[in-house]
Design a binder for this molecule. Sequence first.
Ligand code: FAD
Length: 442
Amino acid sequence: MPTLRDLTRAGLWIGLYVLLALWPLLLLLAAPAQRGGGLSDELGSALGFLAISLMAMQFLLTARFEWVAPPFGTDLVYAFHRHITIIVVVFALLHPITLFGSSLGMALGWLVPGGAPWEIASGIWATYALAALAITSWLRKRLKLPYQAWRWTHGPLAAAAVLLGIWHALLAGRLLSRPVVRWLWLAWTLGWVGLILRVRLFKPLALLRRPWTVREVRPEAGDSVTLVLEPEGHGGFRFRCGQFVWLTLGDSPFAAREHPFSIASSALAWPRVELTVKGIGDFTRRMLSVKPGERAYLDGPFGSMSVDSFPDADGYVFIAGGSGIVPCMSMLRTLADRGDRRPHLVIYGSSELARTLFREQLEALSARLDLRVVHALERPPAGWRGEQGYITQAMLDRWVPHRGRHAYFVCGPGPMMDVAEASLARLGVPLSDLHSERFDLV
Ligand SMILES: Cc1cc2nc3c(=O)[nH]c(=O)nc-3n(C[C@H](O)[C@H](O)[C@H](O)COP(=O)(O)OP(=O)(O)OC[C@H]3O[C@@H](n4cnc5c(N)ncnc54)[C@H](O)[C@@H]3O)c2cc1C
């Protein structure tokens, strides 16, 4: 049920992406090859330019422009960001292979640092940075690289790969042959440098001027805690229920130590924002002992998983596991505050009853909404008559409505989401009625 506006926006974004990615090829057409080397020269150069261009576009995808993600969803944008790196690596490797052809063996001597003239060495170093970037990202979990350490290397490696690549194209390519082409290339480069400055300098400065205070801390079931945050001396921001923010706590926004968390509170409780966090690692476990009065910075809101994207649905079905219930709570609380009268369903997988997040709050919401809550417990207590074990297709089939047009929201651990998404598709739920959000962006 995406609206025509969403589809138009998605089409426009895809068009703009392709245009921006292909734009450097126009420079190639405008700058004739110096060596007049024929097809392999043209193809090799084009592959190099495309690799640099697609790599630079990665900054645009992750620069957190509020207007980039909405038609697709943040996790899809990040998934695209990850997958496009494969194409960048392939193009970057094919670039010298195509250019050098049969004399590639001779060029291999340049792989040793210091062995090549600078115009070639800059390209080789760009490729090394790109390879390090790809390997540390694809194998981060297998290499047991802590997220924060990975993040601190990711940005500089990406900037090094792009800037060295751009420098290599300027020195080694044919851009120097025509001043207008050279200036256009420099202007294009400055655009990307500006984007990096926006992310690393201007955005943190803007956040620094809009601090938030932790007003209240509420312990929750299952090693979780709710932080109630209020803006300090500014009006906060409006958000759509189901959206998320990047939270910096106990650090400056320049430290780049922010973590994404869904907003748990009603969109009508604005400007107050509640975040509910499950302690699973260094940062989130530290949050369990946060005290009221602590300063925080919120970058957002982001994300497009919201009931507001499906205003005409006959009702909403939320399928959640663990802390995946948090964005659903924001949507349910907002629906309750709006006095929504449609029938809604929550299917919620937890490990144990005592560790089920928001159990009482869901019960309270059932009194304000036409809401049915189905708990599925991995380890149910004796005498439990409800659903048991992980969420399965058979379980979904028992509960999801078989009449009317409903919108489905899925959020939780990766394996649960895979099962839920595939099961809903098999049960005939159209892809356009399904919206999911993954908590592991990388
Ligand atoms: C859109 C979105 C919404 C989320 N909403 C909630 C929520 O409402 N409640 C909740 O408890 N959790 C939520 N999470 C998950 C939460 O962000 C991670 O659990 C948290 O960042 C883990 O940090 P850590 O240092 O405690 O754990 P770690 O052990 O360091 O990390 C565990 C995993 O969390 C991810 N992660 C860690 N740090 C970051 C970071 N800075 N940025 C992005 N991902 C990171 C990585 O995949 C990592 O492997 C959400 C995640 C996303 C992407």
